[in-house]
Design a protein around this ligand. Structure first.
Ligand code: FAD
Length: 398
């Protein structure tokens, strides 16, 4: 076991750091309001778009949107550890990069798509031309995903889709739905599901905004009324979607803004070192010191699972329990960090960035609201604990 980076990894880390410093607007990290572990709730898609588009194009030119993919599919052909190094540095600087297509859909297609599907979709995703949104949840289907009702019926070379999806993050700015549909109503719930890619421009699709707790339009409800989709857009085999979906959820749970935790923690440390209340600097308060020490430990635990997952992927293993643990540890860390920042910064934590008195440029205020979302998206904390208990500890499912 070696806890150090190789010389090649160190030099790649420096290359990434230099790239980010050169290509991101100079005040980006400071101004960006993202809270580590938040789940898209704070993304102001329209406002960020010009800078994000430019930065994304630069990443795509280097093959860095899809670092660990083979070069023949538009990737950089590097290792998963190198990909993890990249994401760690990117999230440390709160840099935009990666979406449902590059981080979830693409890797799933790589495992289960036909050669034709790989050639059709992966290079486009790697070039940053194709953005997906996740179409899983329905008004009556969340944790119990196998209960989904949106149906797809065969019609020649096509499927006809009818139903409704909800909580589709960024559906209004994406190009395609990465969608789970019921294709067999007679089979057991999880055996009649298929995974399919659906063009947002298809006739019969209506996308309606839902405004979230931060007052922003991140979610959507999406209606499908006789939507025709070619069968060649089905990922892998028809009716085997549940199996692919579980892997896609593992990929989703592995997406971690790990460096953002370190960055935000450093900013809180600076605050408690520099801020005085009464006659003392805040860092002298025992309660604050204890809490910060326990958060520091939690950050290191999260990093350990983060590197372990990359190490497993490099050996052809798909982290499953590890993905649930990483998701659980980081999202709970996100909330603990926000609660602590709010406690430490008091009134200043409750001000938005518009005020000169706000703490961390309003990030504490927005992060306090945003962090709630992370405990629910991609499977709630209770569901992650169920997975760990059943698959990790071998306890009975019921
Ligand atoms: C910020 C955010 C972004 C999202 N983005 C998307 C998206 O892009 N696409 C998409 O399809 N969906 C998305 N979702 C939806 C998300 O996947 C669901 O909200 C989630 O799966 C929970 O489903 P639910 O909200 O219906 O809650 P429910 O499933 O109704 O759960 C309610 C409560 O019951 C608990 N519970 C349920 N079942 C169990 C059980 N078996 N054991 C123990 N406790 C249980 C839950 O933990 C929860 O506390 C997003 C959600 C959020 C918050």
């Amino acid at each position: 076991m070696d806890f150090a980076f190789s010389e090649r990894e160190k030099s790649f880390r420096k290359e990434v750091e230099d790239f980010i410093t050169r290509e991101l607007p100079p005040d980006w990290t400071e101004k960006n309001i993202h809270w580590p572990g938040g789940y898209g709730t704070l993304t102001q898609f329209e406002e960020l778009s010009p800078e994000v588009e430019r930065f994304t194009r630069r990443l795509a030119e280097k093959g860095w949107l899809t670092i660990s993919w083979p070069k023949e599919y538009g990737g950089a052909g590097l290792s998963h550890i190198e990909q993890a190094i990249f994401h760690e540095r990117m999230s440390y600087h709160r840099a935009p990069g990666g979406d449902v297509a590059t981080l979830i859909g693409g890797p799933t297609i790589m495992l289960f798509g036909s050669e034709g599907m790989k050639k059709e979709w992966l290079p486009r995703i790697a070039r940053g031309e194709t953005r997906f949104w996740l179409a899983y949840s329905e008004p009556n289907t969340g944790s119990d995903l196998a209960s989904m009702q949106t149906r797809a019926v065969e019609d020649g070379d096509d499927l006809i889709i009818d139903g409704q999806k909800i909580w589709g993050t960024a559906a209004h700015v994406a190009h395609y739905a990465w969608m789970a549909v019921r294709t067999d109503t007679t089979a057991a719930p999880h055996k009649g599901i298929s995974l399919i890619i659906v063009d947002n421009r298809s006739p019969g699709i209506t996308i309606r905004p839902l405004v979230n707790i931060c007052g922003l339009h991140s979610f959507n409800e999406v209606f499908f009324d006789n939507v025709r989709v070619p069968k060649r857009n089905i990922v892998g085999d028809m009716n085997k979607g549940w199996y692919y979906l579980m892997l896609a959820l593992d990929f989703e749970r592995l997406v971690s803004p790990i460096g953002g935790f370190r960055r935000t923690f450093e900013e809180i440390l600076t605050y408690v070192r520099e801020t005085r209340h009464s006659r003392h600097v805040v860092s002298r308060w025992p309660l604050i010191r204890n809490t910060l020490a326990s958060i520091a430990i939690q950050i290191e635990v999260a990093y350990t699972f983060f590197w372990q997952a990359a190490w497993m992927l490099d050996r052809g293993l798909v982290p499953n329990i590890e993905a649930s643990v990483l998701k659980l540890v980081t999202t709970e860390l996100s909330q603990k960090l926000a609660n602590t920042a709010m406690q430490v910064m008091g009134h200043r934590g409750q001000l938005t960035g518009a005020s000169k008195w706000s703490a961390l440029r309003g990030r504490v205020c927005s992060g306090y609201l945003d962090c709630i979302s992370a405990l629910v998206g991609a499977g709630t904390s209770e569901i992650q604990r169920n997975i760990i208990a059943i698959r990790g500890l071998g306890l009975p499912a019921k």
